[in-house]
Design a protein around this ligand. Sequence first.
Ligand SMILES: [Zn+2]
Length: 313
Amino acid sequence: MTKNLVNEELNKEVSSARPSEPLKTIPVEKTKKKPTSASNIVNAFRQKMANATTPIEMQSIGKTVEFREISTSEQKEMSKIAMQSNSRSDLMYCAMLNLINKLATEKGFDIRNYTEFERILVTLNLQQMNKLNPEIKYTCPKCGRENAYTLDTAKMLREFSKTYRPDKAFEIESGIRKFTFTTGWPKVASVEDFFKNYYRKYDNSGKAIKESMDNLSQIEYITMFVKSVTVSDVDDPEDSMTADVEDMTYGERVQIVDCLPQSVMFDDSTGVVSKIIAEYVEPMNKVFKHRDCAYCGAEQEGQVANLTDFLGG
Ligand SMILES: [Zn+2]
């Protein structure tokens, strides 16, 4: 899927070195070039590394962006943040976005302007391109044995690419009202806003509270797939109102969701949240699902470690 431009560059150099016409004699310059200092070599090296890029196809928007490889110092920095952030996903998420922007060679590129789909796609591509294949370890709760396996990022990338869904509308009737939800992948900037608010609210709460809040945060994350809501009167369709939830702040979005009927949002089979889970979240979860226990075959709940953590390992 990704092309190795480094090899292409090398091939170009080799072919251009092959003379197509007889060599001309070049007069030797009298003044000798100064020996290159070590700092010049360091700078030249840096430049050389910056020029070795790999294109990543953003399939959802039909655009290709070039990314360079992660340097040793950047990898060290990410590991440091991972250790210090103490699994605070807002800090890791933020650090990851900044790193993606640093690696992109396009001027003014900001992953925050794209959707979560592209963010995950770029992350998986970077993972593969930098040969970061984290080892996943977990203890099986059924047989108690330790499982360890290496992530197959190439396979995950192939499977994740297939989960792309364009925006979709759902209509749900409730009493005298009809609700039309437009759903789609949320913008990265909104997800970042969500993480920051989530941790601001619950940073000082105890561990038990945090765990139950995690479930609530998952629901809040899912509601971010709502881009707009239109409420209209079943008997009088002209009487309608639309809220463009996508462009709202975290606080405003929560207020809109909070005033919608509970059943319209959360009914197990007809609510919009269950439709979003079926359309976007479940296919994604399948890609990142834990492998079942290698010893007793027990099904493993949950997914592999948060994608934003992969650079910290
Ligand atoms: Zn087991």
